[in-house]
Design a protein around this ligand. Sequence first.
Ligand code: F0G
Length: 482
Amino acid sequence: MPEIKFYSRDAIPMEMHKVKIVQKLNLLPAKARLEKMRQAGFNTFLLHNGDIFMDMLTDSGVNAMSDNMQAAMLHADDAYAGSETFYKMNDKLTEIFGMKYLLPTHQGRACEHIISQHFVKPGNCVIMNYHFTTAKAHITRLGGRVEELVKDEGLVTKSDLPFKGDIDIDKVKACIAKEGADNIPFIRIEAGTNLIGGQPISYKSMKEVTDVAKANGITAILDASLLQDNLYFIKTREESMKDKSIREITRMVADLFDIIYFSGRKFGFARGGGILVRDEKVFHDMEDYITMFEGFLTYGGMSVKEMEALIVGFDESMDFDVISQGPQFINHCVKSLDAAGIPMVTPGGGLGAHIDARQFVSHIPAEEYPAGALVTAFYLCGGIRGMERGTLSEERNADGSEHIASVEMVRLAFPRRVFTLSQTEYVIDRVKWLYDHRELVGGLRFVHEPKTLRFFTGKLEPTSDWPEKLVAAYIAEFGEDQ
Ligand code: F0G
C-alpha cells in the first residue's frame, strides 16, 4: 500500500491490521537491566526475553502470525511420510516461484548446510553480493571461501542509492576469469542483503549476474529469506517494474535462478525453511542430506502446523499491503533519526533500522567492538534489544588477529506486524538520548570466546565501569523506575 494520506499532517506509517492477541511486556528498571546484562555476559543474545521491553534483536521466527495462519494450523496433516501438508506447501511454492521440487528444512541455515555440502569442495570460491554469517560459515567450514562483490557504493553508510545490494558485474566477470568457472560452484545472491543494512538488490542486477552465471555454466542460487522486503523495493524503486504485481515480480526474479532457498522464520512469517530446485537430478542428489540431517522428505524437521501457517504466510508475502509495512516503519525510524543527525544507514532498507556504530561511538577502538558495546547500551538505556552486526560477528583471521568488519552496525529489527508506531517512537526517543550521551559508552572484551559464530554464545566484559556511569546518567534523566 502506498502511504495513506492524512488531512491535517504528513503521512505516517499505518498498521494494516488490528490486534487480536497481545503479549504483555515488562520494562525493568535500569539498575535491574544492568544486572541482567552482566549475567548475560554483555551479549544481547544471552538475555532472557522476559527482561526485554522492545525485542528488536531479529525478525527471525518472531513475526506476528495472522488469524488465517493460525486457523490453517488446525488443518495440519501429521504423518511421518506423505503428509498432505507437505504437498500443499510444495504446490504453493511451485505456484509462486515456478520451481517444481522442494526440499524441506527446519530453518534457513539448514538449507545453507545442505547446499554447501552438495556444492562446495576445498579451495572453491563462492561469489556473493554480500555474505550472511551462517551462509559463509558453512562454506568456509568445507574449505571454500567467499568473494563479496557488492558494488563499492553499497558499503557507504549514508547514501541515496536505491539498490545498495547490487552486485558489481565487472568484478564478477574478473573473478570468474581469475578463478575459472570450474572453481566457482555457485553464485549466491541475497535478496534484502542482511549485513549491509537489509538493502535490496534490483531485478536488473539479478538479471545481469544470473546471465553471466548462465554463460559460464555456474549455478545461480537466490537466498530469498528477505525477499518480501526486496519485492517491495523493486516495485517502489525500480521504474521499469512499478506497474507489475508482486506475484509477477516474484516470478520474474525466480525465473533467473536454478535454486532458491529461504528461511521460513523470515519469508512466510512462521518457522521453517526450504530449498526449491529446478533440476530433477540436482534435487535427487540433495535428497539424502534431508533424510540424514533434517527429517523425512515430507517435513524436513518442520512441525506440520508451522508448514500450514507458512503456506498462508507465502500468500500474504505476495500481498503488497502486507509487505509494505515493514519498510515503511523502518523508513520512519531511519528518517527521524537521520534528521536528528544520528549516523544511520540510508536509505532505510528492509529488516530493520541500522545504525553506523563506527560513527555513533567513534571513540571506541575497532578491537573493542563499537557495535557490540552500543547494542548493550541500548538495552541499558530503554530495555531495547538490538543486534550487533560488525566485528564481533566476524571470525578471527587465521593468525588470531581481529578481522575488522567492513561495516560496523547495530541493527534494530522490525519483526513484521509486531510493533506499533508509539513503540517505534519510544525507540527513536531513546536512541536520541543515547546519542546525546554517547561519550559515556565504552568498549568490551571477550572473557569467553567460542571459535565459530562467537557472537551467539560468547561472554564479554566492559573495559571500564562505563555501564554503571551510563545507567546513573539514565536514571538522573528518567528516574529509578524506568
Ligand atoms: N539467510 C539470510 C539472509 C538470513 O537473514 C538468515 C537469518 C538466514 C539465511 C538463516 O536463516 O535463521 O532460519 O537459519 N537471519 C537471522 C537474522 C538469524 O537475525 O538476521 P535461519
